[in-house]
Design a protein. Sequence first.
Length: 269
Amino acid sequence: MTTPDTIVLVHGFWVTPRSWEHWVERYERAGYRVLAPAYPGFEVEVEALNADPSPIEAVTVPQIVEHLEAVVGGLDSPPILMGHSAGGVFVQVLLDHGFGAAGVAINSAPTEGVKVVPLSQVRATFPVLRNPANRHRPVGFTFEQWQYAFTNTFPEDEGRALYERYHIPASGPIFWGSALANIHPGKDDNHVDYDNQDRAPLLFISGSEDHLMPPKIQRSNAKHYKGATVTEVKDFEGPHLLPAWRNWEEVADYALDWAQRHAGQASAA
C-alpha cells in the first residue's frame, strides 16, 4: 500500500476547523497535504457562525458523514484520518465504511453501544441536556461552561482567549440524538460494526483531565471492537481541548507516527 501523504482532520462540536490550526501548520511543514473540512454550512468563520447559527441548526449527521466521505473518497489514495471529540466518531464511521489508511480518534465521543457516562460528562453536557427545548436549536457554552468542559487545565486567561477564538454553538438536535442513542431500538447515526475485519487500524487518544469525554469513554469504546484489526489506546496529560494544550506537539507527532506505522495493516496478525 502507498504510504499516505494526506492527512484529513475532522473537527468536533462547539468548534470549527480553526481548532486544528496548529496541527495543519505542523503537518504541512512536515511535507503532508492537510485537509480540515468543515461540516456542511460551517465553511464560514467562527464569528459568522456565532452571529448566525442557522447552519448549525440545519446540519445533520448523515449530511456530515456524506460530505466527509466525498472529501476522502475524492482523493487519489487513502489518507490518514484524525478526528477530535465528535470528529472522532466521524473518523470511526468513515473507517467502518471502508475509508482511510489509518484513523486516530482524539478525546472521541462514543459510538453507539458505549454506555459509560462519567459524572464529569454529565456536568459538562448539562447545559445542553437540561432543557428539552434544546433538542431543536443550537446551544452554546458560557465561558465558565467552556472552561469546565474544554479548557479546565488552562489558566483562565488562556481558556478565555481560546473560547473567543474557537467557540461556536453546538447542534442540540444532534447532541440529544447521540445522548438517546442507547435507549431506543434500531441503528443510530453513530453506529459502527465493531466486528468489521476490513477497516483500517484505529488509535484512541485520551486526555487525562478531560471532563467532557474522559479516558474511561475511550477505553470502553476501544473494547467494543472485537475484530483482529489493530485498535489501541494512548493516554496523554491534558483536557478535552488536547489539540491546543501545552503538549499538543507531542500528541500530534505521536498520532502521525502511529498512523504511518500502522497504515494499511488489515489486522493485528
